[in-house]
Write a protein that binds this ligand. Structure first.
Ligand code: C2E
Ligand code: MG
Ligand code: MG
Length: 264
């Protein structure tokens, strides 16, 4: 346990300098509309290239960064970087940025978003923030006010990883999300487990009734893609379509004349 604590402490110390040392970068994973086959957005995914340990997965360092109070700075960097990158893409492609609850607790978040949009020239409508249920669990007035402020700005809000937490229906009532992202644990089993398929179908139907879009996450096979499409899911994302890729690769993929996106 002591060793584990020491390792964690070391990661925390290393994270404190990682931003200044330029050790972070973003990858982008396309999101595809299931009807048209077109790329409608890309999700920005944070990567940390540790000078000694090499790539550290976000599942490992983000919880530590959250606890150490480093997320507001790292999150703000990611937001600015993602908006800047997306401003150069085709104008019908959105950028989705993951947000930690700690960022929403900061009353300056709307201001930071406005600054990131202004600095990049990206229209607010092309930015989508992904939040998880854990944010709504805390349910305080600041969080709700911030969510509504984002909506006023024109920024989209997606509920990420739906199905993994409490999946409380009351969250869907409390805020009019633009999109529900169905977690990959459900998508993975949907073609082998009839109950799983029924749950996904219900979530898609519910979202449809509430005028929210749906994105199936972690689509790896054509069967999963087809089942989501038949169920009426709006969009999908996963290795079947595209793996997360560099800004340069995305720019090439989205360049006029590049017609590889409908290949899947
Ligand atoms: P997420 O937001 O649910 O992101 C989707 C994750 O699924 C990404 O993992 C992506 O690489 C992975 N993925 C996409 N398609 C497939 C597939 O077909 N199969 C499988 N097995 N996996 C797939 P990644 O990049 O490791 O990110 C993990 C989590 O870390 C994200 O989950 C998100 O919660 C968090 N994260 C990533 N970037 C940021 C960030 O900038 N800020 C914050 N706060 N969290 C972030
Ligand atoms: Mg996400
Ligand atoms: Mg997710």
């Amino acid at each position: 346990m002591n060793l584990e604590l020491q390792a964690r402490r070391q990661i925390e110390l290393d994270l404190r300098v990682a931003l200044a040392e330029g050790e972070f970068h973003l990858l982008y994973q396309p999101q595809v509309n299931l009807t048209s086959g077109r790329i409608i957005g890309c999700e920005a995914l944070l990567r940390w290239n540790h000078p000694v340990r090499g790539p550290v997965p976000p599942s490992e360092f983000i919880p530590i960064a959250e606890e150490a109070g480093l997320i507001p700075a790292i999150g703000d960097w990611a937001l600015r970087r993602a908006c800047h990158e997306a401003a150069g893409w085709r104008s019908d492609v959105k950028i989705a940025v993951n947000m930690s609850p700690a960022q929403f607790k900061n009353p300056n978040l709307p201001h930071n978003v406005v600054l990131a949009l202004a600095a990049s020239g990206l229209p607010a409508e092309r930015l989508e923030l992904e939040i998880t249920e854990s944010l709504l669990l805390q349910d305080n007035d600041t969080t709700m006010a911030t969510l509504h402020r984002m909506r006023e700005l024109g920024v989209g809000i997606a509920l990420d990883d739906f199905g993994t937490g409490y999946s409380s229906l009351s969250y869907l009532r409390r805020f009019p999300f633009d999109k529900i992202k169905i977690d990959q644990t459900f998508v993975r089993e949907m073609t082998t487990d009839a109950d799983c398929m029924s749950i996904i179908q219900s979530v898609i139907d519910l979202a449809h009734t509430l005028r929210m879009k749906t994105t199936g996450e972690g689509v790896e096979t054509v069967q999963q893609k087809d089942s989501l499409q038949v169920a009426g899911c709006t969009d999908a994302q996963g290795f079947y379509f595209f793996r997360p890729m560099s800004g340069k690769q995305i720019a090439d993929l989205l360049a006029p004349g590049a017609n590889r996106e409908t290949a899947a």
